[in-house]
Unconditional design. Sequence first.
Length: 288
Amino acid sequence: MTTPVLEARGVTMRFGGLTAVRSVDFTVNAGEIVGLIGPNGAGKTTFFNCLTGLYVPTEGTVSYKGTVLPPKPHLVTQAGIARTFQNIRLFANMTVLENVLVGRHTRTKEGLWSALLRGPGFKKAERASEERAMELLEFIGLAHKRDHLARNLPYGEQRKLEIARAMASEPGLLLLDEPTAGMNPQETRATEELVFAIRDKGIAVLLIEHDMRFVFNLSDRVAVLVQGEKLVEGTSDVVQADERVIAAYLGEPFEGDPGEAEAAEVEAAEAAAEASPSTTSSTKGEAK
């Protein structure tokens, strides 16, 4: 029997009159690595943002281990879902260790007065957080750079550090948004091994990626989004053999394909939403 960690039911996301994600059902089970692929403008990042509380879905629900998640990123993280971003979002002027410690904030119980007074309870919690952060740096191979500024790390190591920071929140599900973007083949292979190691720690993984070889090598299942709808889902062999998937990636029309103009609209809407901090609040009215 498989145990669902993440369940999305009927998730729809509209930006005004434009539907970027339409009625998507999606499940990630415990111990799985699941890939989410699709051409540019397919709605993958929008769907990720709905799963992690950055967007409030216009329709549908997202549940983690049977509990519907509140549409607030910090509460989603607290529940047990962590993520990385397509564009690296490290604290550039903080050290490697400090970046990982930031990820511990949802798992520490000390409040403002405890921090100001720096009593025994605070110091004990601080030591425990640092020990856990160092364990994660050992895990990703960056313990020797604990005091380096994040901005001085090579690109591949910055990606690893972002993953370690996400893992610091002790998630049961880790969402990776294009983890190998901009990497060379050696760095990509190292990331593949890291994802397998994360799964071996009992953490389920959902990833968006354009590197098809990376996705198909890693994933137990792969789902394909095209124009905001789930086109097909199955094993790597099933997905690779599906003629509709081949047509979508080659840009060939198939029945129900809304065309390039609509795809460009979706991509533009996603980009505009990423740039606007008011997206979440502006959609709350629609979601009710």
